[in-house]
Design a protein around this ligand. Structure first.
Ligand code: 3HC
Length: 306
């Protein structure tokens, strides 16, 4: 890589051009995108597990139908994103192996348990709400295939977000038992939702390069602030109490949160969360249970080309 090549590449980024899979790009740009996109795809696929556990226990047929559609959407998002990573030269086998072996990361948020039905609503409202802030930002990403995948994913996430908010507001204004379930869910999901958007900027080693090359258009703290500014007033308006006694609005109208437990975040990222082991076991079991399909496909393909 010559300085001239890097300069020409950065001029394209500066001009707001999209980089496509066949274009010249620095190896570090390719590496960053494979890292981010593959981990995003893993997050979508693992993210099906906490919600999937409640499909058989949804309180009504309508809620069951909505949840099935949402989990199906997550699977589709995973497929888009694995394909986007493949346009950069990553193979499906390598990415799956990295996930199943525990080497690859996926979003910390999915290592928390879904203990009650109200969690499903809270995931829709808070987790998909945070994902929309992050993914709307990434829709402007300089890498064409990723930014286009984000546009499609964001439109589906909007439905996920709305159905979650509608559910939680109904429970927050429902019977005392429903209100208690909604508050308990908020108590357990508020802080993990803030952490999901990544470490604070001073502890975010990838952000400077990602901002320089137009992969991220906003930093982790900026996206987190957007998330809190939208969701804090709405949760309070729904009659819920946000489990952060220091949360307050500053003169500019930004909601300022109390200290985030980054020790918990890094412990979860490093595999010591409540559900990390269960998630990897579930993914490995699904992979093993599906081996016969891959074998049948390979046998069919071998016979077809013979
Ligand atoms: N969970 C697990 N690991 C995380 C993390 C999280 N919430 N936040 C950061 N990390 C990891 C990073 O991957 C990085 O490790 P690595 O270099 O080994 O990959 C390390 O912590 C340092 O973090 P950085 O801030 O330097 O990393 P990034 O600049 O990549 O920022 C990010 C982190 C904001 C998550 C960014 O990677 C990103 O925007 N990724 C794409 C979006 C995504 O993956 N979202 C996950 C949720 S998917 C989802 O919500 C599904 C929806 O349907 C609900």
């Amino acid at each position: 890589e010559t300085p001239e090549q890097i300069a020409a590449f950065e001029a394209r980024i500066g001009a707001g051009e999209k980089i496509e899979s066949g274009d010249w790009m620095p190896a570090a740009y390719r590496h960053q995108l494979i890292r981010m996109i593959s981990q995003h795809a893993h997050s979508e696929v693992v993210g099906m597990l906490p919600e999937g556990a409640w499909i058989t226990r949804a309180p009504t047929l309508q809620r069951k139908m909505i949840l099935i559609a949402k989990v199906q959407d997550e699977a589709g998002h995973g497929q888009y994103l694995y394909h986007a990573a493949e346009t950069l030269g990553a193979t499906r086998e390598e990415m799956l192996d990295a996930l199943l072996s525990g080497k690859a990361k996926y979003s910390s948020i999915f290592n928390y348990p879904t203990l009650t039905w109200a969690d499903i609503g809270m995931i829709g409202w808070l987790v998909d709400g945070a994902a929309i802030k992050n993914q709307t930002m990434l829709a402007g990403c300089s890498y064409g295939p990723y930014s286009r995948a984000m546009v499609r994913i964001c439109s589906e996430e909007t439905f996920h977000h709305k159905q979650g908010k509608e559910m939680v507001v109904a429970y927050a204004q429902g019977t005392p038992a429903q209100r208690e379930m909604a508050q308990d869910a908020l108590n357990r999901w508020w802080w993990p939702a803030l952490m999901m958007l990544g470490p604070s900027d001073k502890d975010s080693p990838n952000t400077p390069q990602l901002m320089r090359w137009g992969v991220k258009l906003k930093t982790n703290d900026e996206v987190r602030q957007e998330f809190i500014n939208e969701h804090a007033p709405e949760l309070i308006e729904a009659g819920l109490t946000i489990p952060d006694p220091e949360l307050h609005q500053d003169a500019q109208g930004n909601w300022i949160h109390g200290p985030i437990n980054w020790d918990e975040f890094w412990a979860v990222v490093k595999g010591h969360g409540q559900m990390n082991r269960a998630r990897l076991e579930a993914r490995n079991k699904a992979h093993d249970d599906g081996a016969w399909v891959r074998e049948a496909l390979n046998a069919y393909e071998a016979r077809r080309v013979a």
